[in-house]
Design a protein around this ligand. Structure first.
Ligand SMILES: [Zn+2]
Ligand SMILES: [Zn+2]
Length: 241
């Protein structure tokens, strides 16, 4: 039971860090927040992703490229040039590392307006920290696992950010229905995106990239949006009108 709770908690906390902070805030600036909350959520995104921490600047740049070049050869992660999600993610990983380490020239319009905390980043991105998180997950399993097969879930914790990204990038541009003809291959995979907290409404999101609610039709539900509304109401963030 403890393992299941840990897995579910880790899944959703990491996912929230990704969709709320990295995607909707860092890449799209759908809302604003003061420096205190920015640092708080930067740290939140780091700790919740843990071993598979993603840097906000690199995430924002890759994601803006994805929107600008959706499903073309310049898209960092379209499923349409790869035979499986693993190949696609290896390609994305290479671009991510090039951007992160400033080995490539990046168009000016992508390379600005994202949160940067070099000190946090240095700690979060070090192998000592990543392995430390990995060891912590392992120790938790050693203490709480009641069957050997539970250890098969451990790789999900090690790679939680990229796994969630791979599902969104692969399924969201391959499986499901379309509300808008966007000229790319984006799709809405689920009506109620409980699994990826709204990220699987790729077609709706590509249609209106700065809209904080990824659901459009009355029967669609984006679970992150009510949280955004709540945080706006209690003035932690301010929605951009
Ligand atoms: Zn997309
Ligand atoms: Zn986006």
């Amino acid at each position: 039971m403890a393992i299941l709770i840990f897995l579910i908690l880790h899944w959703y906390l990491s996912l929230f860090g990704q969709t709320f902070f990295l995607h909707r805030y860092s890449a799209h600036k759908m809302f604003t927040m003061n420096k205190f909350w920015e640092k708080f959520f930067y740290t939140f995104a780091w700790v919740s992703q843990g071993a598979s921490y993603l840097n906000a600047r690199a995430y924002a740049i890759l994601h803006r490229m994805h929107h600008a070049y959706s499903d073309t050869e310049k898209d960092p992660h379209t499923p349409h040039f790869f035979k499986d999600a693993y190949q696609m993610m290896m390609h994305t990983r290479k671009i991510y590392n090039d951007v992160l380490n400033k080995r490539v020239v990046i168009e000016d319009k992508f390379d600005r307006n994202f949160p940067e905390y070099p000190v946090i980043d240095k700690i979060a991105d070090s192998w000592y920290t990543r392995i430390g998180f990995g060891v912590a997950y392992f120790v938790f399993y050693v203490i709480f696992a009641t069957h050997w097969w539970m250890f098969l879930f451990l790789p999900i914790h090690f790679l939680i950010g990229p796994i969630q990204g791979a599902i969104v990038n692969w399924a969201g541009h391959k499986y499901g229905y379309r509300n808008f003809n966007e000229g790319d291959k984006s799709r809405n995979t689920l009506f109620w995106d409980i699994l990826l907290m709204g990220e699987l409404f790729q077609n709706n999101h590509h249609h209106a990239g700065s809209k904080p609610n990824f659901a459009v039709k009355w029967y669609e539900f984006d679970p992150t949006y009510p949280i955004i509304l709540f945080l706006d109401k209690i003035r932690v963030i301010k929605l951009v009108k």
